[in-house]
Design a binder for this molecule. Structure first.
Ligand code: SF4
Length: 649
């Protein structure tokens, strides 16, 4: 039986396991990327592992999420990241140089290679045949030290593209159509592999718009084959040497298939406040629009902004609508400026921002209250724009620009009919990408002499290996659906302490109980008790690290969210499942004692544990963990576990 492209790349990198759907596999990682909100912890963990040099073929550190420097903390973080990149051997992209996924695509993405990144949109370079996966920071640190990355073998879904996009329909409409069909949960545990005759009609920037937003489907990754268009794209970047021909076998067998006829697509839009609330633009035409933003890692490339510039040439945006362009990279900004497009857009009423995530995470350009904002971004979760009850729509640059011209949502085909002289801009590729690279510092150009840590950057706390006895109070009893935002809020005033775990820990679970952190420190740890779906939300590893710092030994919950459970293993916290009746009976403040020899039980594969409460009644709790997860847990977490492996040679 032939192989899918996913299987071919995984096979080339397989170090453990077999490519059977659902089985745990270990793969070798060629490249890693990290960004500023997750990167400080990645490097502190890399340092704590006792490593002194990056072992992957390439590592890149970007500064893109929090580039506005409100006080010394973000600036100190960026200086630390620059020094860590230089010290350990990674490329450093300075604040303002652009969003990690855009800059990585321009400079480093390579077909057939594996990429692991501590950002959920890491799969972006799948558009040029790179198998790229997002993960927690500790997994990135371990991979950077040469360790395998472990994952359950995903299902591989064939997305067969037929036909060719008509005028005014774009790559954004392809991925919005996928979201309309499959929903934000439709890709969980899956890799989407794009095939069929429609593939060759799409340029690489169009393909990366699709792979970027595959994350909104919940997919592990998305992947395109390579062809002449990939080779041309790389040669315009002067990187044709990394091109390789990659195709699935003709007789490859997929777990599932989705067919999209590109010729039937029309301009689509995701309405508030979920990326899968997708409707044709005409259905919401006439809605007043106060703000339009073009940019982000989805549609911030030169090829995304140029169509907008052409539509605006010689025109004025509507008087009541603000339009902001935030290019995805400084290279895109520089090229638009050199070609005169920046001036053209500014004359039409556009304001330019530096190349940053910024507005995508509510930092700058927050919409006015009770107003509509149209954005070319990938997410419109409620409140993400920086204001509660926001009303954010997601669409292509063409639809966004049409709205800026008219002051209301309008299908660009209808606007073209009204204006009479508005042509579909189509996609135009530059002859070459010639932006400056002075904002990208290679490892051999490092400017610091060793690690530079400001006062807001601390060490990574380490946990001891499990012991035979485990007991302590139930420090906090919580309801169902506690999110990682409840555990460690992601607001700017708190997240600025992301490199200072003792300080950040003071905010642990403060949204549930303000006095929790102090109580945990006073009692020298204990247990958390929760209902269903504990730890849902982001992959934020601080949500496990901070409780660990406060001395929490384990969580007794009815059920756990998948990624957070993995993070609990990674930081040595015992995740035990309990049934509803026992959950109801436990009270906050009860004494919890695990009767079994915990170290022995975890290592030996024991699934059921006896838990004694207040010394007078007992319940049975379950540990559902692979052999590898049990070893990690027993050693006190992935950091000490990996160090032990290094010591053993
Ligand atoms: Fe994440 Fe938005 Fe930045 Fe993309 S632009 S990396 S989605 S914050």
């Amino acid at each position: 039986m032939g192989q899918t492209l996913t299987e071919k790349i995984l096979d080339d990198h397989l170090v453990e396991g077999e490519l059977e759907t659902g089985e745990e596999i270990g793969i070798e990682i060629d490249q890693v990327l990290t960004q500023d909100t997750t990167g400080t912890l990645v490097w502190l963990q890399f340092e704590a592992l006792g490593l002194d040099e990056v072992q992957t073929e390439l590592a890149a550190q970007y500064c893109d999420h929090q580039t506005y420097q409100f006080d010394f903390k973000n600036t100190d973080d960026h200086r630390f990241l620059r020094s860590a990149a230089g010290t350990f051997g990674a490329h450093f992209s300075r604040p303002g140089n652009g969003i990690c996924h855009q800059v990585h695509k321009e400079h480093f993405a390579a077909p057939g290679k594996t990429l692991l990144g501590s950002d959920s949109h890491t799969p972006t370079p799948g558009g040029l045949g790179q198998l790229a996966i997002g993960s927690g920071g500790l997994d990135v640190a371990v991979a950077m030290g040469g360790g395998p990355y472990y994952i359950e073998m995903p299902e591989v879904v064939n997305v067969r593209l037929e036909g060719e996009l008509p005028e005014w329909a774009t790559a954004k409409d392809v991925i919005l159509e996928m979201l309309r069909k499959l929903s934000v949960k439709g890709g969980v545990g899956k890799i989407f592999e794009y095939t069929g005759p429609g593939v060759e009609t799409l340029s690489v920037p169009e393909r990366t718009t699709i792979t970027n937003m595959g994350t909104e489907l919940g997919a592990t990754s998305s992947l395109f084959p390579t062809d002449e268009r990939t080779e041309e794209f790389l040669s315009r970047l002067d990187r044709e040497d990394v091109h390789v021909d990659l195709q699935p076998d003709d007789d490859a067998e997929y777990d599932d298939e989705v067919v999209i006829d590109l010729s039937e697509l029309e301009p689509l839009i995701a309405t508030p406040s979920m990326p899968d609330n997708v409707v044709p633009v005409r259905e919401v035409a006439g809605t007043d629009v106060e703000q339009v933003i073009i940019g982000s890692c989805t549609n911030g490339a030169y090829e995304d902004i140029l169509p907008s510039a052409k539509m605006l040439e010689g025109r004025q945006i509507d008087r009541k609508t603000e339009m902001i362009v935030a290019p995805g990279s400084k290279q895109a900004s520089e090229m638009l400026a050199r070609e005169g497009w920046t001036a053209e857009m500014m004359a039409a009423g556009v304001n330019f921002s530096e190349a940053t995530c910024g507005a995508c995470i509510g930092i700058g350009h927050v919409p006015a209250s009770d107003s509509v904002s149209l954005r070319t971004f990938n997410r419109n979760f409620e409140g993400r724009s920086g204001i509660e009850d926001d009303s954010v729509y997601l669409c292509s640059p063409e639809v966004a620009t049409a709205a800026a011209l008219k002051g209301e949502i309008v299908d660009p085909r209808d606007l073209a009919d009204d204006l009479g002289d508005l042509d579909a801009p189509g996609l135009e590729m530059p002859d070459e990408y010639d932006g400056s690279t002075t904002d990208l510092i290679a490892p051999d150009e490092a400017v610091d002499d060793g690690l530079v840590k400001g006062p807001n950057i601390g060490d990574v706390p380490l946990k001891d290996a499990l012991e035979a006895d485990l007991e302590g109070p139930a420090l906090l009893k919580m309801d169902d659906n506690i999110t990682t935002d409840h555990i460690i809020p992601a607001t700017q005033d708190i997240l600025m302490y992301r490199s200072n775990i003792p300080k950040l820990s003071e905010f642990t679970l403060s949204r549930v109980d303000e006095s929790f952190a102090q109580r945990a420190l006073d009692t020298d740890g204990g247990f958390l008790v929760a209902g269903e779906n504990y730890g849902q939300g982001s992959s934020r590893e601080h949500a496990a690290l901070c409780p660990m710092y406060l001395g929490i030994e384990g969580v007794l919950a009815q059920s756990f969210a998948r990624i957070h459970k993995a993070n609990l293993f990674n930081f040595g916290l015992l995740p035990l499942s309990i049934d509803e009746a026992d959950y109801q009976q436990i009270e906050q403040g009860d004494d919890i004692e695990i009767v079994d020899d915990v170290d022995e039980a975890v290592r030996s594969g024991q699934e059921e544990f006896t838990v004694r409460v207040n010394g007078d009644w007992e319940l049975t709790a379950t540990l559902d963990a692979s052999e590898r997860e049990r070893e990690i847990l027993a050693d006190g977490g992935k950091l000490p576990h990996t160090r032990k492996q290094y010591d053993a040679g």
